[in-house]
Design a protein around this ligand. Structure first.
Ligand code: NAD
Ligand code: SER
Length: 323
């Protein structure tokens, strides 16, 4: 198959998604065909699984040299500053999230890369978007710098596709939950921390209010969605900004109750901080009918199924039986 001959560069490979996506791509394409890269050091989970280069996506020349030297044909761009950290450094977030993407799109055009993947986020939506089953096309007025940068990025992707024919594809990920690599400063990170704290301390202090519902997704679903989108025939894709995808929606009260089914002594306390306002600006659930119609997207994990898997495989489990 021609696609398997592709040589892939993952930028931001040491991050929460990057580690697992790099490993998943290496399974499909072969270890040597997937170059992991990041500004920070190689994540220990990637060590000895394939090539790694140190790379700053903001340094366009260095990036261009790597793309030529390594005969890269596809780029997965994961380097970004997320919502909570972005509010502390708005200009830096805008600069990294925009210039990083433009550098990649320009090089994709100059080197005629086969495909580019760049994730957007449910953070594109704002307080005026529908709260429930937020559709693909609706009012979109983001209030975080992260959301503004993602929405602008979506239109840059669409522009490079229509103007220059770049096959760039994108998903609006919900909050992602995983146990392998730690999250990097998002508003949804509580839903990762809570499992770790439940296993280590038996309690968790949550920075969101108990009834704050947000769209979420377990990492295996997010990886599968990414790979399925990238494998879909180009003519099937009607969205070249970014696809809505849904997994599940829950509140801190509900995820705590799910954990208590398996760890009955677990307790949760609440102390809301600045992230509450960010969470309240986003929809509570997402309508992904277009992704389903175009390339067959369907999530596999609900809250309890994820909880069992997280608690069972989490590195802090230490041999506990979860059932
Ligand atoms: P992360 O913060 O865990 O990882 C990002 C990685 O990029 C880090 O390893 C960081 O060192 C690297 N990086 C930062 N600046 C860089 C630079 N200048 N050059 C090269 N590498 C650099 O983020 P993540 O959660 O893995 O997110 C990956 C992508 O998915 C981002 O675009 C993010 O907006 C998007 N996304 C994530 C979530 C989520 O819940 N994790 C949800 C929606 C969208
Ligand atoms: N998980 C991300 C965040 O909270 C959503 O894009 O920033």
């Amino acid at each position: 198959m021609a696609a398997r001959k592709d040589k892939i560069l993952v930028i931001g490979a040491s991050g929460q998604i990057g580690v697992e996506l790099t490993l998943a791509l290496r399974k499909i394409y072969g270890n040597a065909q997937v170059i992991a890269s990041d500004l920070r050091e190689e994540n220990p989970l990637l060590k000895d699984t394939g090539p790694y280069v140190s790379l700053d996506v903001m340094n366009k020349e260095m990036l261009h040299v790597q793309v030529i030297r390594q005969n890269i044909t596809q780029i997965y761009l994961l380097a970004a500053m997320l919502s909570a950290t972005g509010e502390k450094n708005p200009h830096l977030a805008w600069h990294l999230n925009m210039q990083g993407l433009l550098n990649v799109l320009d090089i994709a055009r100059e080197e005629q890369l086969h495909k580019v993947y760049w994730p957007s986020s449910i953070a594109v939506f704002g307080p005026t978007s529908p709260k429930q089953s937020c559709p693909q096309q609706t009012i979109i007025e983001p209030t975080t710098v992260y959301g503004i940068s993602k929405y602008a990025g979506e239109f840059w992707c669409n522009y490079y596709h229509t103007r220059f024919g770049i096959d760039v594809r994108s998903l609006r990920y919900p909050g992602l939950i995983s146990y392998k690599s730690l999250p990097g400063g998002g508003t949804t990170d509580y839903a990762v921390e809570i499992y770790q704290e439940a296993l280590v301390n038996g309690s968790y202090k949550c920075y969101l209010k108990p009834d704050t519902y947000l769209p979420m997704m377990y990492m295996p679903d997010a990886l599968r969605a990414t790979l399925e989108l990238m494998e879909a025939p180009a003519q099937a894709l009607s969205v070249r900004t970014s696809y809505n995808i849904a997994g599940m929606s829950f509140s801190p009260t509900e995820i705590a109750a799910s954990i208590q089914k398996y760890l009955p002594d677990f307790s949760i306390q609440y102390q809301a901080d600045y992230r509450q306002a960010i969470a309240e600006s986003w929809p509570q659930s997402i309508d992904d009918a277009v992704a389903n119609a175009d390339w067959g997207w369907k999530p596999a994990f609900d809250l309890d199924k994820m909880t069992v898997d997280m608690l069972t495989h989490h590195p802090e489990n230490k041999g506990r039986k979860i059932h």
